[in-house]
Design a protein around this ligand. Sequence first.
Ligand code: SF4
Length: 516
Amino acid sequence: MTYTKVWADNEKLSKEEQRKLEKDGLDILNDIPKYAKEGFESIPKEDWSHFKWAGLYLQKPKEDGYFMMRVNVPSGILSYEQVKVLSGIAKDFGRDVVDITTRQAIQFHWLTIENIPSIYERLESVGLSSVGACGDIMRTIVGNPLAGIDPNELLDTSEIVQDVYWHFQRNLEFSNLPRKYKISISSNVNNAQNAEINCLSFVPAVKEIDGEEIVGFHLLAGGGLSAKPYLAQELDVFVTPEQVKEVTIAMTTIYRDYGYREKRHRARLKFLVADWGPEKVTEKLLEYVDLPSKGKTVLKDWNAGYFYGIHPQKQEGLSYVGLNIPVGRLHSEQFLALAEASKKYGNGEVRTSNSQNIIIPNLPQESIEAFLGEEILQQFSFEPKNFIGYSVSCTGIEYCNLALVETKERMRKIAHLLDEEVELDVPVRIHMVGCPNSCGQRQIADIGLQGIKMKTKDKQLVEAFEIYVGGTLTEDARFNEKLKGKIPANQLGQVLVGLLQRVKEEKIAGESFQQF
Ligand code: SF4
């Protein structure tokens, strides 16, 4: 399908925009078989950034030719067969590392161009894809990881998410957006989707239409993190489940055609929404789709994507178990063993949450004890401690070209230290990121740790961190605020022990970190 690229005549387009007009991001898919045959050396440097559209980033250092691959997992729902394939890819090509991201996706590292075609084949054989997981395109859709089994959802959103996801997969009408574009669709009343930090979010709502209460969605637009974070704003519309795809197409068209393309750091949808305001965005949307004004929001509180413990499902007699995967990293055999245990007692599904953890659904009540007795369940707790259970980390310097510091192992060690040294009666959500880009969603953490480089007194350049406190997406949603000073990385653990011990001394029992 062709369409008019209305922005193409703008003489002030950024360099990246000009490059995208010469070669569409998705065109890299046609080149991959040839590059795979001829090897990494045959890839011209100007093509390197196009690999993002294929879900591939060059790892650090780029010249070594190893790729990181992100695989889309819409709503975080994976079947047994899908986990088996993902685990096999990590084992055969990715040095055994599986990472769960803060958007429910799966990441591999250490892949070479020669392996990509067969990895694609394996993914396609089970209906998975890495296409569009990175780049200026719609990314994987965040959804309710409990969709279909959740007593706290108004409706099952799993099919809606799939429908929208597949409409945009490899869709050349929407493969050249001004920048990355992140959407979420969920009907979980505890805001498991982190709605306010997405470019576009469908959140649960009801509205009386012709005397009948209709269950549907409200629409939030213009959220996003990075160096200039914004909370998404509510538009004055009510969307029925049948209209979600149409509305997503309309909003994506608006972003594609009116989004800013002159300066890359101003290109996200959040800048357009901030400039236009929700009224003008609503007005524009109504030019494309006929929608009534908003009804009643039913978001109750915020669970930050955590589902630890054993909980009854919508379906009588069945339960799900929420497990902690420390900082979202596990080995291929562990991933597979979780799916095997799920298959033995349930239906084999494994679900990922945006807190980088895993949920095993559909376990009959009478099997729970045996399930929890499985060897793999001794490795991942369903009742983790207050720090390791609530620690999130981005990829960091190990693989990421933009990172200033190491993150994953550091976050894991600090969380264990805090669990040993500080006994708090409530969890504290700590998010660590290696640069201002915020893949680890630093801004919404109780304690956000952002990596920087700093010069010591003797002029050595060392890894260090800024500390931010007080982020939340509860009713009074706000981003965390920076504390004064910078902490050298080797002192960070002890500084946090001191800070949290003071919190312990001063806070009232049961008071959460946010209330403190
Ligand atoms: Fe890399 Fe920065 Fe994202 Fe971390 S937050 S993965 S360092 S880009």
